[in-house]
Design a protein around this ligand. Structure first.
Ligand SMILES: [Cu+2]
Length: 159
């Protein structure tokens, strides 16, 4: 009779240990996956963009213009901007001393296909593309060389 009491207590203790271990493992896994998820999504720009970077302006002909900047990092500045349906002229300036980038709209992600792109933007180069958008919504873009490192952005076309 009395032998079953310590027996039951002894069986409970390992189970508590196991639960504790599982909780620790779960917490560790959550921390680890949280880190690896956040790192590419929040790259830090190592430079300060000029005043003419990032603002959408409209020419007398109604063309919407914007200049993005990139450098020796994995960031477009700005990474997000909004235009209205119509003609858009995107200039990308690479102020890097070492890094080559490119600029293209991520295939199959936006509400319409934009095939205009800057396939290669060497350090110090500035290139411009022009295209027309009609479909409201988010049009994701990327530097395909560094998309996995978080060099992505979104052009939103307003409705
Ligand atoms: Cu890049």
């Amino acid at each position: 009779m009395s032998a079953t009491v310590p027996g039951a207590g002894g069986a409970r203790r390992p189970r508590r240990l196991l639960v504790g271990l599982l909780l620790t493992l779960t917490t560790l896994l959550a921390l680890l996956s949280g880190c690896s998820n956040e790192e590419p999504a929040l790259p830090e720009a190592t430079r300060t963009a000029d005043g003419d970077v990032g603002a959408v302006s409209t020419t007398a002909e109604g063309v919407q213009e914007i200049t993005l900047e990139t450098g020796d990092d994995y960031v477009f500045t700005p990474a997000t901007f909004t235009v209205a349906p119509g003609t858009v002229r995107v200039t990308v300036r690479n102020v890097a001393e070492q890094m080559t980038h490119n600029f293209l709209f991520t295939a199959g992600t936006g509400p319409e296909e934009i095939t205009e792109q800057i396939p290669y933007l060497a350090p110090g180069e500035t290139k411009t593309i022009e295209f027309t958008v009609a479909a409201p919504g988010d049009h994701p873009f990327e530097c395909s060389f560094h998309a996995a490192l978080g060099q992505v952005g979104t052009m939103t076309v307003s409705g």
